[in-house]
Design a protein around this ligand. Structure first.
Ligand code: SF4
Length: 214
């Protein structure tokens, strides 16, 4: 992608979806952290199904801690890797209660100190809960950034750095949502829907396909 096309690329995505949002369901910053922690290698649909029940009885770090790892585990069995995730969530709640008064800290270092919370999860929380222009590079963003040529990189950290450099400032806060949704529904892993893609004219892959057809 030509650097000068990044603006039009995001303007097009914004036009189609002016207020992009996470597809995970949550009603507080704590629930967001818990949902993102549970969502690793699982679909948002499967996480939402479990968290509707879980958050109804444990909407705070204190209540989640009181539920115990076994109590959490029993309620999230539909989510992949649920045993480890239950342990991580329980331990994360212990730290939130003991060190942060049950609140979610607004610091990357403190977030990454929570079990089950890595750089990507911390980036999601800093972005979605606190409005910081972070780039949480998941599998969709990694693919879209490389395929389109927007922010190529060999690993998620390289793509994150490239995105922070290439995404025009006006789009930085919402960029990660637009890229995830575009990757999930249009620029899909096995068969990208290039023929109906609104940003095709800016995308390296789309333009090279067009050239082959000419
Ligand atoms: S043109 Fe194809 S490869 Fe490029 S962003 Fe659109 S769907 Fe993805």
């Amino acid at each position: 992608m030509k650097p000068q096309d990044a603006e039009a690329f995001f303007a097009t995505l914004r036009e189609a979806n002016p207020q992009p949002a996470s597809e995970l369901e949550y009603s507080s910053v704590f629930e967001l952290v818990a949902a993102v922690l549970l969502s690793a290698q699982a679909t948002d649909v499967s996480v939402n199904k479990a968290t509707r029940r879980l958050f109804a009885i444990a909407p705070t770090a204190q209540k989640m801690l009181a539920l115990g790892a076994a109590g959490i585990e029993a309620r999230i069995k539909t989510i992949g890797l649920y045993r480890n995730k239950a342990k991580h969530l329980h331990e994360a709640c212990r730290i939130l209660v003991e060190r942060h008064g049950g609140q979610v800290p607004r610091s990357r270092e403190a977030l990454e100190a929570l079990p089950g919370v890595g750089r990507k999860t911390a980036n999601v929380v800093l972005n979605v809960a606190f409005g910081e222009p972070t780039m949480a590079v998941d599998t969709h963003i990694f693919r879209v950034a490389n395929r389109t040529g927007l922010a190529p990189g060999r690993n998620p950290l390289a793509v994150e750095a490239a995105l922070l450099e290439r995404v025009p400032e006006a789009y930085r806060v919402d960029a990660h949502h637009w890229l995830i949704l575009h990757g999930r529904y249009v620029c899909q892993a096995r068969a990208p829907l290039c023929a109906e893609c609104a940003v095709r004219r800016y995308c390296d892959h789309g333009r090279s396909t067009d050239r082959h057809l000419q």
